[in-house]
Design a protein around this ligand. Structure first.
Ligand SMILES: [Zn+2]
Length: 224
């Protein structure tokens, strides 16, 4: 949990101090110390100014590097085992989130927001688009990860069976314990391979943290 900093004008510093705020002499900023009630101090929480926000970018998820993850699933149609792929993002990955303004005019004025890092490792699912650079990297692993319509409606990039071409939807693999990207034991995770790609990741996708417990059990290899 990051520390909450405050924006206290010099003329109000004594009042803020009496309500529990503390001064950080190194960073020269007032903050809310652990155990202090934030409620009386909310008036000094920094408000995002429109000027500080960015327009919505083309890709809403980004990371300075990433891993291609290879796992296997049993095809629901032909029952053969097929390799399936996704992306694992490190703690440094960021998601772009629109900021809701307090006054309506601000919210409607533009799709503005900011990059937020939640600090967890995650696996990409419901991938609706990839940057050309990421798509090119993935094409070195598989040609079976491609856009398709899901039964639930909507179009996203899905794995397809290497043997019969059937779609292997994300839901079972990402959201069901024991699924290809939802290991429930070190043994299952040890059959998964992570290949580190030292390039920027950019995509529109969800980032789930179901695999986090066992990521360290997976085999990691550098890009060959
Ligand atoms: Zn199949």
């Amino acid at each position: 949990m990051p520390r909450t900093d405050l924006k206290v004008p010099f003329s109000q510093k004594d009042e803020a101090k009496s309500l529990g705020a503390r001064w950080d002499p190194t960073l020269k900023v007032w903050y809310v110390p652990d155990g202090v009630d934030i409620a009386p101090l909310v008036q000094w929480l920094p408000v995002a100014k429109e000027d500080d926000l960015e327009h919505e970018p083309e890709f809403l998820v980004r990371s300075p590097y990433y891993y291609v993850i290879e796992s296997a699933t049993s095809c629901w149609k032909c029952f053969n085992s097929t390799r399936v792929f996704s992306f694992v993002l490190p703690e440094e990955h960021e998601q772009f989130e629109l900021v809701e303004g307090e006054d309506e005019g601000f919210t409607l004025s533009a799709n503005r927001g900011e990059w937020n890092c939640r600090g967890y490792r995650g696996t990409a699912s419901s991938v609706s688009s990839l940057s050309p650079q990421v798509a090119k990297q993935l094409s070195r692993f598989t040609e079976n990860f491609k856009s398709a319509y899901s039964k639930a409606g909507g179009r996203y990039m899905m794995n397809h069976c290497e043997h019969c071409g059937s779609k292997q939807g994300d839901f079972f693999m990402h959201s069901e314990p024991g699924g290809a990207f939802f290991p429930t034991s070190p043994e299952q995770a040890s059959r998964m391979i992570l290949t580190k790609i030292n390039e920027r990741f950019e995509s529109n996708c969800g980032v789930g943290f179901a695999s986090d417990d066992f990521l360290d059990c997976m085999r990691v290899q550098e890009q060959g």
